[in-house]
Each structure stands twice: as C-alpha cells, then as structure tokens.
Design a binder for this molecule. Structure first.
Ligand code: NAD
Length: 517
C-alpha cells in the first residue's frame, strides 16, 4: 500500500539543513570545498535555495586540460588492460563505501528521491563491475587470410581522450558509464558535468581521484571541468578530443554533433526521448499500471526514458485510465529525502513552465486533463517547483505529444490494431525506449521485430525506464544513435587495427594481382 499524499508531512528541509548535508557529504567524499570556492552559485531544486558557491572553468582553459590528458595518455595506453581494470575495481569499492554520501548530493542537486539516488550510485558500481570483467575481454578477431602463410587479425587499441558532457538528471551515473569503460579501454576522460550538479561531479571525481592516487597512476586520468555550455562547446571543438560523448537534450546534440563531425572526430550522442507503452487487450493491467506509473511519474518525469505516452487498445483504455488516475492520486509529492516520497521536485521554474504550457496545449488540442498538474508546496518554498504528475487523455497524437516535455506528463491514446499502435509508437521524432504490455507472444515478438518498435530499447511487460547496465543503452533518430554502457558499446571507446602478417617468405598480392619488378 503506497502512502497517501496527506500522510507525508509537507515540510521541506531548511536552507541550513540542506547546506549542512551537502557539505558533510562532499567532504566525506574528499572534496576540498574551500579549494573550489568561487562566485557561481548552485541552487537545490529541493528548496530552490543556494547550496554551493564554486569556481567554474573558463572555456579557454579547456585546451590545457585536454593537452594534460593527451600527455598522460602516452603512459596510460600501455598499462595492461587488467591493471586498468584493477583501478576501476578500487573505484567501485570507494563508491560502495560512499554510496550514501554521493546519493545525498544527487538528491540535493538533482532532486531525486533517496531510493532512486541510491540506485543511481548502484548503477555506477554495477558498471564498474562490468568494466572490470571487460578489462580481460577486449577481444579482437582472427580471420582466415586468402593468401597462404598469412595471418589476418583485428586488435583493439586505446583511442585517446574522451570528452564527456552530461545532463543534470543523471548527474553521476552517465559519467561513470563512460569513464569506467573508457578507463579499461585505455582512454582518459575530461568531464563537463551539468552546471546544475557541480557538487555531485566534484564528489564523484574525488572518489575516482583517490583510487588513481592510491595506485600511483597519472592524476590526469580523469578531470572535471565545471562550467556551462561554453565549456561543452570548447570540448566539442577541441581536436585533441578523440571521442565526444554527450548526453542531454536533442537541441544540445544538434549543436555539438556538427562541430565534432566538422573536425572528423567521433561523437556518441545520448539525447532526448519520447517513450511509449503499448497496452494490448491481453495485458495484465495490474502489472501495466505499476510499470506505467513508475516510468511516467518516477523521477518527477525527468528521465530520458520516462514514459510520456500510453497507447492503449480500445478494449482496455477506459479501465486502464481509471486505474492510472487512482494510482496517480495516491502519489506522494514532496521532500525527496523523506521516506515515502515518490515524486520530488522539478529542476526549476523553466521546467515547471514547460510542464504548464504542455498541459495547456494538450487541452487546447482536445485533450482531457484527468488528474494532476497542480503546483504544490508553493507557499513553503516559492523558489522550488513541485507538481502533481498529470495524465491527459488525447484524441490523437498532436504536435505537443511529439515533443519531449521534461516533466511528469503522460498522454493516453487509443488504438484498434497492433499495426496502428506500432505506427503511433514510431511516429515521434525520438527513438529511445518503448514497451508493450501483452500476454500474447506473437504480439510481443512482432513489437520486438524489424516491423515493430524503432527504438533502441524495446521492452515487454516492463516500463520504458530503469535499464540494466549489461545491455547497450541508447536510441535512434533524434535520440542521437549512440550506445553506452554494456554489450559491445566499449568498441566506441577504442580504435581498431587490422593486421596482416606474412610469414610465407613469398609476396603474393591480394585478389590475385601480379606486379613483378
Ligand atoms: P541540456 O541539453 O540542457 O544539457 C546537457 C549538458 O549539455 C549540460 O552539461 C550542458 O551544459 C551541456 N550543453 C548544453 N548546450 C550545449 C552546447 N551547445 N554545447 C555543448 N554543451 C552544451 O540537458 P539537461 O536539461 O541537463 O538534461 C535533460 C535532457 O537530457 C533531456 O532531453 C533528456 O532526455 C536528455 N537525457 C538523455 C539521456 C540519454 O541517455 N539519452 C540521458 C539523460 C538525459
């Protein structure tokens, strides 16, 4: 039984409490706050008040950081991969030791409820585990040569400096997906975190820094550059950055993608999503409701994989909607660090305004607002933006439904045939995550097939969010096409050399070509 909203005391922490928590957690992770002090104020979405004052890196300092990394790369690339893995193993131990400290910072700066903040740090530990195993499995292939006495093979080598630009909503996990894999691949990372989550970045980087120092590896293995988009732009433009891995809005991807391509660099883009669940007539509705509510309202709708659309069969849409509305009414909105809270704050006033505008547009397009959308706790914290997650039943997928609104706003639509449902799933510009709730195996298989969902993530009987690190993560179309984390995503962080060794004593040419001199 979920707690009822009115059973959660509405009080929020005071500014002093919040600052106290932040300072204690940052120091525990080894951050020298005085050393980083500066004029840039950081606000917590929990109260809307200032929780940090830090120095930022100027964009013109980026080339120096990249150069430091390039110099350190010369040594790091020849360290055996399993030794690099041992560093990542130690980093995972430190993350485990400081899981709660880091999660506290994630809650304060990104507004995630405690269990999701802890989950984010767990994901870092998981990806480290994965990378440690990977450090002994960076396999190349051997192919049969067409020439006698020749051996043909592929070897994977370190790539160089990886620039990481990350978003506010996964302030530490996304960096670790990149960094754990990049480090075992023999690369170094220069990180530009979200300007909204600088303390998370300093703390996460400090833990890795400690592991690096203990092992006596070069300090430039991982550098963090606090700053705004201009620092990300400088990283994108720097020819010393072999791979730019950028996570954020499609708008950001459209800006950095051409810059990296213009210098013929590599980019890995993880951008916006607009994720749907198809609910078929045979679906287990208990399961569907739970899966949908977590994916749509969890993290206050601020995940790239947040479910934004439900496409329900005409036979079940009324009952499903009724149950969703009841579940939404029981959602507790408030202080994300308080036990029982399921929905924390939106990031800021801009997010709240985008939410309000999208709800209004959906209603203007003929949608019926069934539940939610109210702002709450406004008197207690006028600078914090808590909203009740909303469900709007839409007559069609209008333009507002095609847009990613980074807030807990769920559109419910109706379909008659599975082909129609798949077409609706695929009709949006983004292609990150999708799911189908069904007990009909043929329907499930079709949804996962080449004729089905066009997304990078295709789930059956679970929601769209909460991916495991073992699979490659990412999406198509406006989501950018990048893949991170598990499976063979590591190949993006390495360069491949194809080697032919001739041990025959003759010089036969490929394709039977003769060239006698
Ligand atoms: P954002 O695009 O505003 O910022 C993301 C990062 O990019 C920040 O570090 C920012 O400073 C930087 N940046 C912004 N403009 C830039 C530019 N022109 N050049 C270089 N860097 C620039 O995104 P946000 O509000 O922090 O995060 C929310 C967005 O991120 C949503 O669209 C969400 O779907 C997306 N996201 C995607 C994934 C994924 O894996 N696909 C994961 C998390 C978030």
């Amino acid at each position: 039984m979920q707690p009822q909203p009115d059973r959660i005391p509405p009080s929020l922490p005071t500014e002093e409490e919040l600052r106290g928590r932040v300072e204690a957690a940052a120091r525990a992770c080894g951050v020298d706050l005085e050393g980083h002090a500066g004029p840039r104020e950081g606000r917590s979405p929990v109260t809307g008040t200032v929780v940090s004052s830090l120095a930022w890196t100027a964009a013109d300092e980026v080339p120096r950081a990249v150069e430091r990394a390039r110099e350190a790369f010369l040594d790091w690339r020849v360290v055996p991969a399993p030794v690099r893995g041992a560093l990542v193993k130690r980093w995972a131990e430190l993350l485990t030791e400081h899981k709660e400290d880091l999660a506290t910072l994630v809650t304060v700066e990104a507004g995630k409820v405690t269990s999701e903040a802890l989950g984010e740090v767990q994901e870092m530990i998981d990806v480290c585990d994965f990378a440690v195993g990977l450090s002994r499995q960076l396999y190349g292939r051997t192919m049969p040569s067409e020439r006698p006495g020749h051996r043909l093979s592929e070897t994977w080598h370190p790539l160089g400096v990886v620039g990481v630009v990350s978003a506010f909503n996964f302030p530490v996990a996304v960096w670790s997906w990149n960094t754990a894999v990049a480090l075992v691949c023999g690369d170094l990372v220069v990180w530009k975190p979200s300007e909204r989550t600088p303390l998370c970045a300093l703390a996460a980087d400090a833990l890795l820094g400690r592991a690096v120092r203990e092992a006596g590896h070069p300090e430039a293995l991982s550098q963090v550059l606090l700053g705004g988009p201009e620092v990300g732009e400088a990283l994108a433009a720097d020819r010393g950055v072999a791979l730019l891995s950028a996570t954020g809005s499609t708008r950001m991807g459209r800006s950095v993608g051409p810059v990296v391509a213009g210098r013929l660099g590599r980019s890995l883009l993880e951008l916006g999503g607009n994720n749907a669940a198809v609910v078929a007539p045979s679906a287990d509705l208990d399961l569907a409701v739970r899966g949908i509510v977590f994916a749509a309202a969890g993290t206050a709708g601020q995940r790239c994989t947040t479910m934004r659309r439900v496409i329900a069969h005409r036979d079940v849409v009324d009952e499903l909607t009724e149950r969703l509305v009841a579940a939404y009414r029981s959602l507790s909105v408030g202080d994300p660090s308080r036990e029982g809270t399921l929905v924390g704050p939106l990031l800021d006033a801009r997010s709240a305004e985008a939410f309000r505008v999208a709800v209004d547009r959906a209603v203007a397009d003929g949608g019926e607002l069934l539940v939610g959308s109210e702002r709450v706790l406004e008197e207690e914290a006028p600078e914090a933006f808590y909203v009740r997650p909303a469900v709007v039943r839409m007559p069609a997928q209008t333009e507002v439904v095609h847009t990613e609104t980074f807030a807990p706003l769920l559109y419910v639509m109706t379909y008659d045939t599975l082909e129609e449902a798949v077409a609706m799933n695929n009709a949006v510009p983004q292609g990150l995550s999708s799911s189908i709730f069904t007990r009909d195996q043929a329907e499930a298989e079709l949804f996962c097939s080449a004729e089905g969902s066009d997304c990078g993530i295709v789930n059956v009987n679970i929601g769209t969010s909460g991916a495991e690190i073992g699979g490659a993560f990412g999406g198509e179309k406006d989501t950018g096409g990048g893949r991170e984390s598990g499976s063979d995503a590591w190949k993006a962080y390495m360069r491949r050399s194809t080697t032919t060794v001739n041990y025959s004593g003759e010089l036969p040419l490929a394709q039977g070509v003769t060239f006698e001199v």
